[in-house]
Design a protein around this ligand. Sequence first.
Ligand code: C5P
Length: 407
Amino acid sequence: MKIALGVSGGIAAYKAAEIVRLLQERGVRVQVIMTQAAQEFIRPLTFAALSGEKVITGMFSPGEEQEPNISSAIEHIAVAQSIDALVVAPATADILAHFAQGIATDFLTTLYLATTAPVVVAPAMNVNMWNQAATQANMEILRKRGVKIVEPGSGYLACGMTGAGRLAENEAIVAAVLEALGASQDLSGETVLITAGPTREKIDPVRYLTNRSSGRMGYALAEAALRRGARVLLVSGPTSLTAPGGAEMTRVESAEEMRRAMLDLLSQATIVIMTAAVSDYRVKVAADQKIKRKGAMALDLEPTPDILKEITSHKTSQIVIGFAAETTNVLESARQKLIAKNLDAIVVNDVSREGVGFDSERNAVTIISRHEGEVVEVPETTKWDVAQRVLDQVVRLREHRKSAVKA
Ligand code: C5P
């Protein structure tokens, strides 16, 4: 296990020395990266002596200014690929702003863009800087992106003021790093096939039937599975989201296109997660020309194929998870679907609740597993956290299955 520890410029920079030691005690190798400002507070030599590794202090190592060689110029890529987590403690308002906006001006900010490893930040700053709307907006961006934030504590600050902004306790930072590392590779060797977003069922060349699904839940799952070491195949209906880097994308429009893509890809998958809000109905015969407006009209609809049911009837050894959005009789209907669709687990959203579920950044779900009817409640949180809890459950199902095979 190896992490990169970014130290940015603040009074709390000296506390990072203790973090290096605590991580090493747990068998984690630490590559320290210091920003220019951090070097005003503490000397690189301290970290070099503690970590036993060369400390990175800039894009180009000293002595190479006149003739920077290729190896130092691409070092951020090499470091990005070799680490299991990027940790920044203390993280200044400036570093957090750079991360949130994707601005790369030095080694640490470039490394943030270049790495796909989990990222943990422990902010430390003056209370007013922390409470500033700009800082809080940047924190929200990072949180949504899945960056783990070790919240600063309240107390006496070096600037003489009292309030939030103190670097979190070292133990809390180390625990967050270990959690990020523990979760980082438990899906390696798995291929996760995920569907996301709505489908569009054509009525005529300009109109279609669709629903409010944004695709965020499926995209969060794709990104979380990638971070945990899986290969990810993402079959997506139309959304406005950016594809997670590293996911193999298949873009589809209708339920029928989604069905074909899924049946094509199924044999490569070891885990299938269907978050897509597949349209339940489609027009029997879509019009070739735009339908003109005249009095009342009725659409002649037929059901779309139930992709999930077809998948479970074709599957070999895959673990298959379905989603269900319900407004009434939430748990009972979900239990029935778990059986009817022959799933290993079903994730239930109560979409009648305000502010969660469809077209929202947040969600609250119940995960019901086939194995002993286990029920896991995930109270309202970000879709990123929900994705992690769903993947935790996938890992548990895999373990149960392995032990069942052995017995
Ligand atoms: O039956 P219901 O639509 O509530 O089931 C939801 C689950 O079934 C979701 O996982 C969804 O992706 C999947 N589904 C499907 N094909 C359909 C309808 C739903 O695969 N035509």
